[in-house]
Write a protein that binds this ligand. Sequence first.
Ligand SMILES: Cc1cc2nc3c(=O)[nH]c(=O)nc-3n(C[C@H](O)[C@H](O)[C@H](O)COP(=O)(O)O)c2cc1C
Length: 183
Amino acid sequence: MAERRGALIVYATTSGATAEVARLIADALRHPDRVTFDLRNLDVDATLLPPGQFELVVAGTPTYGKGDWHSAWQRHGGRVVPLLRSAARVMLFGLGDARGHAATFAGGLRMLHDFVVEAGVRPLGPPQPSPAGRVPDPVPVPPPAGLAIEYRRNRRAAPEAIREWLSACLGDDVALRAERPVI
Ligand SMILES: Cc1cc2nc3c(=O)[nH]c(=O)nc-3n(C[C@H](O)[C@H](O)[C@H](O)COP(=O)(O)O)c2cc1C
């Protein structure tokens, strides 16, 4: 197999918060080859996902409707599947609003999680509470593996929460050293 590139952070956004979180994740990963990609770019004819296969794919979505993932995942998720399957590691994040949408907080993350698992990929990582918010009580089902983040109300807490999540999932390997054995 061809050598894998570093990290792809693939996301969708409507009002830009998920793009900001994707950028924070890219900043926190200490690999020189890290790419962020907005799935809405695929709405433009002839646009392609970044080429190659990646050591790490981090996939993210905001939550819209009533606990839905972003519609661009609905439209283009199938094109991401080969990248998810060929990655050594996959991690997920989802944005939401725990106060305004308590009952469906970060529901998009669950949809993304189910999609990835259905594609035969097991995402890494312990479920994490959002930085300042909390998963509403009672939680109807266990939260999926991934970072549920309430970014708009907690921008300042986000970089630290992202660093903690990355080290919980990747250990000391946030630089994605090539010599580390594939999990
Ligand atoms: C119409 C609308 C519906 C939303 N529905 C939910 C929801 O069901 N659950 C939730 O946690 N957040 C919900 N949100 C909050 C968004 O997920 C949150 O603002 C997110 O940061 C937006 O990300 P973006 O800027 O990347 O588009 C909703 C926001 C809007 C405007």
